[in-house]
Design a protein around this ligand. Structure first.
Ligand SMILES: [Zn+2]
Length: 359
């Protein structure tokens, strides 16, 4: 598994007291220092995405504006939450470039997984403006780059950040080449992400929002993943899975009210790994679905660092099972899971989503 990281990410300065700060990444890197699977990780440096690459998603005018504001120095608010300062442009190009580097590694080297530990995050960035701490839409750029350079036709994006990835949704809203699935707290910033936003024209049916009520926890997420996300992704049969991995649905996160724990992220990632591996076990001719994990939010430093370790642990353990040709343990995970109760506030929505999607 490749870990993509660069010390320059720490230099994107959002100003005093901003939740999206360099401590997020330094605590993750510190936790990786004595992590039990450290020897299995291959650390790689990103490259800077150039203008042509950024143009895969973003308007030239917007890119130029970020470049200009960074060059001026000082602090510039491009929306109430999003700051551009001296090192922002380069950090944002390295963040996007880190994800593109991950795609290159997946399609040219041996390992089938990367985790890009980057900032600024990306899923609230639109083609022509940034918002919600995000400058460039890293995961959308990775998806477009995989399509252009490696001729990938079907990509699933699973976004488990606690906020709706409104930027990513808007970029692929009319496309069937990307199936965007987001599970997020609702209501919450940015206010979008209701279940009836299903995509338009060619993209109709390829955008799925699973809004969950404040106070939801592991049971709700587990049921959503097993009963909704897993069957839909299996049916879509993607060539690449990209994950918008935000850890702000952790119960200790200051910005939201969902009660996941680091162990919940282990379970979620195990299910995603099962999607990536299971097809090859049931069908020997089928290729492994390569998987890119891209950091989004997560604002309690300790919770985020532990949850990143849980995510990587789930990948490592699934890999070990797969290389021993053992069945990856989704059934076991389901068996071990207590008979779960979905919160009343989510039950009806889950049923409507299942009915709409004919699962
Ligand atoms: Zn978030």
């Amino acid at each position: 598994m490749y870990i993509i990281y660069d010390g320059f990410y720490l230099k994107h300065d959002t100003g005093h007291g901003h939740p999206e700060n360099s401590g997020r990444l330094s605590s993750i890197m510190k936790a990786l220092g004595n992590f039990k699977y450290r020897k299995n990780l291959k650390f790689k440096s990103p490259f800077e995405a150039d203008n042509e690459m950024l143009n895969l998603v973003h308007d030239s005018k917007y890119i130029k504006n970020i470049e200009k504001l960074s060059a001026q120095g000082g602090f510039h608010q491009i929306d109430p939450d999003t700051v551009v300062s001296e090192d922002t442009f380069r950090s944002a190009k390295l963040a996007s470039g880190g994800c593109l580097k991950g795609i290159d590694l997946l399609f040219s080297e041996r390992d089938p997984i990367f985790f890009a530990i980057i900032r600024p995050p990306g899923h609230h960035a639109f083609s022509d403006h940034g918002s919600g701490f995000c400058i460039f839409n890293n995961i959308s750029l990775a998806a477009k780059y995989a399509m252009e350079k490696y001729n990938i036709k079907k990509i699933a994006i699973i976004d488990f950040d606690v906020h709706h990835g409104n930027g990513t949704q808007s970029i692929f809203y009319k496309s069937s080449e990307v199936f965007y699935i987001s599970i997020h707290q609702y209501p919450l910033y940015p206010g979008s992400g209701w279940y009836d936003e299903k995509g338009k024209s060619q993209g109709s049916g390829f955008n799925l929002n699973i809004p969950v009520v404040p106070g939801s926890g592991e049971n709700d997420y587990f049921i959503a993943f097993i009963e909704i996300i897993f069957p839909l992704i299996t049916n879509y049969d993607p060539e690449l899975i990209l994950v918008s991995a935000g850890y702000d649905a952790h119960r200790d996160d200051p910005l939201a009210s969902i009660n996941l724990t680091e162990d919940s992220y282990y379970k979620i990632m195990s299910i995603i790994m099962y999607m990536s591996i299971a097809g090859t076990q049931n069908n020997p001719g089928k290729k492994r679905v390569k998987t890119g994990i891209i950091l989004e939010g997560g604002y309690n430093h300790k919770a985020t660092a532990l949850s990143v370790l849980s995510t990587i642990t789930a990948c490592m353990e699934a890999e070990r099972l797969a290389s021993n040709r053992a069945t990856v343990g989704l059934n076991k995970l389901i068996d071990d899971f207590p008979i779960s109760r979905v919160l009343a506030g989510n039950r009806d929505i889950f049923e409507i989503i299942k009915r709409n999607a004919k699962i």
